[in-house]
Design a protein around this ligand. Structure first.
Ligand SMILES: Nc1ncnc2c1ncn2[C@@H]1O[C@H](COP(=O)(O)OP(=O)(O)OP(=O)(O)O)[C@@H](O)[C@H]1O
Length: 251
């Protein structure tokens, strides 16, 4: 089987303190995968280290069996909303066009085809009317949609999304999950950092449970069990149960 992402023995440390330890997994193609674990489990760190945005203490990452640098164009990334400088003076359309630079090169002007692709991506996320608006003047949920449009315009084969549902309303969340499902049906592989345990079984085919170490990785119906959640969240699980975040979960 073809593996879009393979991670071997990955350890990442900040100031000598490991925040990911000996993580190993191999992602199957064409799945929608949830990355789940408590705050500070290393979920964002996992994505950033796969993308080479932060250094690894040890480990190997392969994209379709090759080093990341050779295959980076095949990857789309939607970062956490808080990590982006929204004051940067640029329009929504320009942000989406940045997704095309892997195809057109940084120093060439985007063609009318690139612009049409960018506009159609904005249309898909319901943001075509805001194409000329400065991104600083969009709401949080609208900004999130523009970033999603950028990833769509990139036409990647693997997508990493860091909490795409934070700060969006219920209708937008459903629209985003419908888009991600469409990408999956096109044979693309989508990995999503996700916090709402109630929707995990509904949204994701596979789940990666993480708490510094990889707890489990596999099909949701096999992996998303009470026992594995206990291993992942430890004492915090009872808090989640009390808050109702696990009410939909069948043990
Ligand atoms: N730039 C940094 N410098 C030092 N420590 C960091 C840095 N970024 C993250 N950390 C630490 O690394 C650990 C993992 O952080 P990370 O953001 O990957 O967790 P997460 O699972 O994505 O958390 P959350 O669910 O809260 O977003 C945390 O303990 C965090 O405090």
């Amino acid at each position: 089987m073809e593996h879009p992402v393979t991670v071997e023995n990955l350890t990442v440390a900040y100031h000598q303190k490991p925040v990911l330890r000996e993580v190993e997994f191999s992602v199957p193609k064409g799945k929608l995968i949830g990355i789940v674990g408590p705050n500070g489990a290393g979920k964002s760190t996992l994505i950033k280290s796969i993308l080479g945005l932060i250094p690894r203490a040890s480990g190997e990452v392969q994209i379709f069996g090759k080093p990341y640098k050779q295959e980076r164009r095949r990857i789309g990334y939607v970062p956490q909303r808080e990590s982006v400088d929204w004051d940067f003076p640029t329009s929504a359309l320009d942000v989406v066009l940045m997704g095309r630079y892997g195809h057109i090169g940084w120093f060439r002007r985007p063609s009318s085809k690139d612009k049409a692709l960018a506009m159609s991506a904005l249309e898909k996320v319901g943001m075509a009317d805001y194409a000329d608006r400065q991104i600083s003047q969009l709401s949080g949920g609208q900004q999130q949609r523009v970033f999603l449009a950028r990833a769509l315009a990139q036409d990647a084969e693997i997508y990493f999304m860091d909490e795409p549902f934070v700060g969006v309303d219920a209708a937008t969340e459903k629209a985003i999950i419908a888009l991600l499902t469409e990408l999956k049906h096109q044979g693309k592989t989508v990995l999503v950092v996700h916090h709402d345990l109630q929707t995990v079984t509904e949204y994701f085919d596979w789940v990666l449970l993480l708490n510094i170490r990889l707890i489990e990785f596999g099909p949701t119906e096999e992996v998303f069990t009470a026992e594995n959640l206990q291993k992942t969240y430890g004492g915090r699980l009872s808090l989640l149960q009390e808050s109702g975040n696990l009410s939909a979960f069948k043990a």
